[in-house]
Design a protein around this ligand. Structure first.
Ligand code: M6R
Length: 620
């Protein structure tokens, strides 16, 4: 969840590190720190000022004036040890000759720490991460008979990594080796950027897009030695390994606010593009399965008996939309699983099972672990992700990329829309694969899907109406979102969006379920938002809305433009363009994203960096 950035360059690296931290802030912002190597050795400056940590760091004169050509920086999302200056990264070994930054969790840190303490190491923090610096120091000292060289460093680093249990992206610099950054990875992302005037390491490519030209994603259980003009990759036994570079289509500009007040607002406005770009090239030659990377024979999909969809948060909600569409068109039974539960519930998997993992970042540890479990159970495993080269892509049979561009705001908006676009196109193609759809029908649905781009665009032109209506609900503290059929996943996603950025209580419910318990909560202090766009359960949904109104709850509905009667019954309506029911989640969510956004702004919240949350969840 934390963010790491490192640089080794011809010129001073201080600004690259500070700018990079700003771009990584969405990964965690409890604390921030930097280590810079100068002629006096390693200097570390670190602060726990929550959202102002990076600003505080940027005001340190020594950091501002630094001419250091090598350094590492870190932005923290606390797991072990409260956010305070001592627990902030980087961490030193005992003699201040080694500085490390870490993202992940070292699960066996207590045993390692106790053993190191017995050997005389003193610890300055309560973190699991500090153990890495001391262990490396200890292993280096054991190799003291060898002449200290980069080779010795790498051997000691490999030995250290073999003793760590857990997840990590680690960066290390040494006072005695001003020309070297070491990095390693297990289940937490590390990307190495190669540039003209230096090389860079980071947890996220968006932090180094401006400086680097080519990018190398480290694989699990690999370590790398990065100098100003060279990169070498090894396994932990110090055996050199081949690596390949990845092209990144994103530009530095894509990861800027570009005049918008917040990233979330900018990203909502990019939804039509995210949706349509994801479909480019997928509506050709008989709507067919289209994979961006493939390592199996797609004909195998004709024999699939069951499909599991797994994801977390918003990605789980797009999986739910896909379940309805996939079952409808392919007639294959589909199960839906929260990724963090999947492998623990002992699901029945075999070679006739298809498991699809959905993850924007490609780094969510629960989803990675679920897919790893599925692979080991001989299932066919596919992923839908937005990040080229991310961890998920290396351990699956095929990859489908969404093309949303970098999403910086913690709240997923355009990535959700692009996941829907990808998964709905995949569902149509699976309908063709299993014979559930005729070719002409598949074409018709693909065209209809492509038409959603204009509908999203139309919905976005109503931003100010959505905002004005949202304002009327500014004093409400409890929200229920209810929907039926395709309105149900929308209700879940709308509730999640509202919760995470406005900090208000919100729940998504299948509307028919409300009277089985939750209706007891309703009174005039609660609001119920009904997804009342046209589908086969429209009338039933309206009846459910009447039931809640009879309990004095405030009501708001999302309805179609063609619905001329809904305003006779409900005063507050978000209108959206009419959309084929299986595709309606794509359009219906737009006003509800604005509802969440507006209420977050009214409550003075930092919408891009909501409290307690990180964009990429790399811990269980
Ligand atoms: O990167 P992923 O799609 O795997 O992330 C999954 C969730 O952490 C993510 O969707 C989260 O729920 C969002 N912040 C929701 O807006």
């Amino acid at each position: 969840m934390c963010g790491i950035i490192g640089a080794i360059c011809d010129d001073s690296v201080n600004q690259v590190l500070l700018d990079g931290l700003k771009r990584l802030e969405y990964r965690g912002y409890d604390s921030a720190g930097v280590t810079l190597l100068n002629s006096d050795g390693l200097e570390i400056y670190k602060f726990a000022y929550l959202t102002e940590s990076i600003d505080k760091l940027s005001q340190v004169q020594e950091v501002v004036d630094s001419k250091s050509k090598i350094g590492l920086a870190h932005t923290r999302w606390a797991t072990h040890g409260i956010p305070n200056d001592l627990n902030a990264h980087p961490h030193f070994g005992c003699d201040n000759r080694i500085a490390i930054v870490h993202n992940g969790i070292i699960e066996n840190f207590r045993d390692l720490r106790n053993a190191l303490k017995d050997s005389g190491h003193d610890f300055a923090s309560n973190t699991d991460s500090e153990v890495i610096a001391h262990l490396l120091e200890e292993n280096l000292s054991k190799l003291a008979s060898e002449k200290l060289s980069v080779e010795t460093l790498l051997k000691a680093f490999g030995q250290t990594l073999k003793l760590l249990e857990g997840t990590y992206a680690i960066g290390v610099i040494f006072a005695d080796f001003p020309d070297r950054i070491l990095v390693a990875k297990n289940m937490s992302p590390v990307v190495i950027g190669l540039g003209k005037s230096g090389n860079y390491v980071s947890s996220d490519v968006s932090a180094i897009l401006e400086q680097a030209e080519t990018f190398v994603y480290l694989k699990d259980l690999q370590m790398a030695s990065v100098s100003k003009d060279d990169l070498k990759v090894y396994d932990f036994d110090f055996v050199q390994m081949e690596f390949s570079s990845t092209e990144i289509a994103w530009s530095y500009q894509d990861a800027q606010k570009s005049g918008y007040e917040t990233f979330m607002l900018k990203e909502m406005h990019e939804e039509p593009k995210a949706f349509s770009e994801t479909l480019v090239g997928r509506n050709v030659d008989d709507p067919a399965l289209f994979f961006d990377e493939i390592r199996f024979d797609p004909k195998d999909l004709q024999n699939i008996q069951k499909i599991f969809l797994v994801g977390c948060g918003t990605s789980y909600h797009s999986a739910m939309v896909a379940k309805y569409a996939l079952e409808h068109w392919s007639r294959i039974p589909v199960e839906l699983d929260i990724a963090s539960e999947f492998r623990y519930r002992d699901p029945v998997l075999d070679s006739s099972t298809l498991v699809i993992g959905i993850t924007q970042s490609g780094e969510t540890i629960d989803t990675l672990a679920a897919l790893d479990f599925a692979r080991k159970s001989r299932a066919k495993v596919l992923c839908v992700t937005n990040v080229v080269g991310s961890s998920v892509t290396s351990n699956v049979d095929a990859v489908m990329y969404t093309r949303a561009g970098p999403e910086i705001s913690v709240a997923a908006t355009k990535s959700y829309i692009s996941q829907l676009s990808m998964l709905l196109a995949f569902s149509i193609a699976m309908g063709r694969t299993t014979g559930g759809l005729f070719k002409s029908e598949a074409y018709r649905f693909m065209d209809e899907l492509e038409n959603c781009t204009d509908k999203i665009r139309t919905a976005l032109t109503r931003e100010s109406q959505y905002r004005d209506t949202a304002k009327k609900f500014k004093d409400v503290k409890d929200f229920f979102f209810i929907g039926r059929h395709m309105g149900y996943p929308t209700s879940l996603e709308a509730a999640l969006k509202l919760k995470e950025i406005s900090y208000l209580h919100a729940e998504g419910y299948p509307a028919g379920e409300l009277k089985h318990g939750p209706i007891a909560v309703l009174d005039d202090t609660t609001a119920v938002v009904g997804i009342a766009t046209k589908n086969k359960l429209y009338d039933k949904l309206l009846s459910n809305m009447e039931e809640v109104r009879a309990r004095n709850a405030r009501v708001l509905v999302v309805a179609n433009d063609s619905d001329s009667t809904v305003s006779n019954y409900f005063e507050d309506v978000f209108y959206v363009p009419d959309t084929f029911d299986l595709f309606s989640p794509v359009v219906d969510i737009i006003p509800l994203q604005f509802l969440a956004y507006e209420l977050a702004i009214i409550h003075n919240n930092d919408v891009d960096k909501p409290r307690n949350l990180a964009k990429t969840v790399t811990v269980e």
